[in-house]
Write a protein that binds this ligand. Structure first.
Ligand SMILES: *Cc1c(COP(=O)(O)O)cnc(C)c1O
Length: 429
């Protein structure tokens, strides 16, 4: 398929990045289950290793099945390139790696996936990196947190565990003014509901594990580059602007222009960190993305219906779903994610911790699992699981206190979901 900016999302989610296989004419993207690729001759091999010619060398760096997925995701997000990785968490490290160095920091939202809070507050310290967490509704606090050593601003579009939408336009205005990139984790929204690059994001990261694959079969991640950031505008990003000793002094930004970040991600990031996505996983994710728009519409429809019903139940203290008129973030839906606020939200039970545990144990259609964004409806009691490593203050800030259950609404019949929630709420009284 030729690239046409005129194609709609539903067409691109099926066709972008995929062409009939040149060797066999296979219509579906084949799983290229190979480690290495034969060089035409010694000159070809040398050109590939010098980055003078683009091609396949070794599947830690590039693979045709993975490449098809990268092109599809870059297209759907409106970026110029993408690098797939072995998980969402790998994608976050891969996004930060070219930007950071010892002593450098990121300014991150307090409203993040629990695993990301742990990665940023604990693990990245081993690299000499650090994170400052701020309430991203307090724009002055975000500005004040940025200093000379800040190399990125990080937030989620629709924040896990749901109910919060970041004002990406306001945040990107701040990161632009400071001359640093904005990284947006778009996992909970997907490019069908939100396209962060249109709101000023420099890089978009995903856990493909969730809605992109959509059925709980794959662990994967991706970094999509907008291609819009001028890495040479300051001396803050030497990995991208200064001579690279591992490639005979090549300067990524000078040589690859808007694709600098993507080439660096493959030629340095995947080569040396090795957080590679395998072709089988890429294939499952490509298949999942073919139906992304249909699934997301149904996730949103079901979430609206179920969240609205839950709000009226007398065992429920509060429902945080940005799609509901009662949400303080409802007015951001039309601007940031116009097709809906996703399928993820939290419910706070009047009965506290004990009622939450009983409720989760009584559900029949909903599974109690540490996942989200599946066709099946899922729940988790965040405080005792995903957000367990966080302090009580961090749990509250992330919307994951002890009486809160996170619900990921699937694409089943909404009446069946409501009946199941009703019997479990009654059992938990
Ligand atoms: C799951 C998740 C991640 C981590 O992704 P993995 O694929 O589990 O490594 C990061 N961010 C968000 C918003 C997530 O939901």
């Amino acid at each position: 398929m030729t690239d046409g900016p005129s194609y709609g999302f539903d067409t691109l989610q099926i066709h972008a990045g995929a062409r009939p296989d040149p060797a066999t004419g296979a219509r579906q993207v084949p799983i290229y289950q190979t480690t290495a690729y034969v060089f035409r001759d010694a000159d070809h091999a040398a050109a590939l290793f010098n980055l003078q010619e683009v091609g396949y060398i070794y599947s830690r760096l590039t693979n045709p099945t993975v490449a098809a997925l990268q092109e599809r995701l870059a297209t759907l997000e409106g970026g110029v390139g993408a690098v797939c990785c072995s998980s969402g968490h790998a994608a976050q490290i891969m996004a930060l790696f070219p930007l950071m160095g010892p002593g450098k920091n990121i300014v991150a939202s307090t409203r993040l996936y629990g695993g990301t809070v742990t990665q940023f507050s604990q693990t990245i310290k081993r690299f000499g990196w650090s994170a400052t967490f701020v309430d991203f509704d307090d724009l002055d606090a975000v500005k004040a947190a940025i200093n000379d050593d800040t190399r990125a601003v990080f937030c989620e579009s629709i924040a896990n565990p749901g109910g919060y939408i970041t004002d990406l336009d306001a945040i990107s205005a701040i990161s632009d003014a400071a001359g640093i990139p904005l990284i947006v984790d778009n996992t909970s929204a997907t490019p069908y509901l939100c396209r962060p690059i249109e709101h000023g994001a420099t890089l978009v990261v995903h856990s493909m594990t969730k809605y992109l694959t959509g059925n709980g079969t794959v662990t994967g991640g991706v970094v999509v580059d907008s291609g819009k950031f001028d890495w040479s505008a300051s001396d803050k990003f030497p990995s991208l602007s200064a001579p690279e000793p591992a490639y005979h002094g090549l300067k990524f930004h000078e040589t690859f222009g808007p694709l600098a970040f993507t080439f660096h991600g493959i030629a340095i990031g995947l080569r040396d960190l090795g957080m590679t996505l395998n072709p089988q996983a890429a294939h499952y994710t490509l298949m999942g993305i073919e139906t992304l728009s249909l699934r997301m519409q149904k996730h949103v429809e079901n979430a609206m219906e179920v969240a609205g019903w839950l709000e009226t139940h007398d065992a429920v203290e509060a429902v945080t779903y940005a799609g509901l008129p009662s949400s303080p973030y409802n007015d951001r839906v039309a601007r940031i994610c116009p097709k809906g606020a996703g399928g993820l939200f939290t419910v706070k039970l009047k009965g506290g911790y004990d009622a939450c545990v009983k409720f989760v144990d009584s559900l029949e259609i909903f599974s109690h699992v540490a996942n989200l964004g599946d066709t099946r409806s899922l729940v988790i009691h965040s405080a005792s699981t995903t957000h367990r490593q966080l302090t009580p203050e961090q749990q509250e800030a992330a919307g994951a206190g002890p009486s809160v259950v996170r619900i990921s609404i699937g694409i089943e019949d909404p009446a069946d979901l409501i009946a199941d929630l009703n019997q479990a709420l009654n059992a938990a009284r």
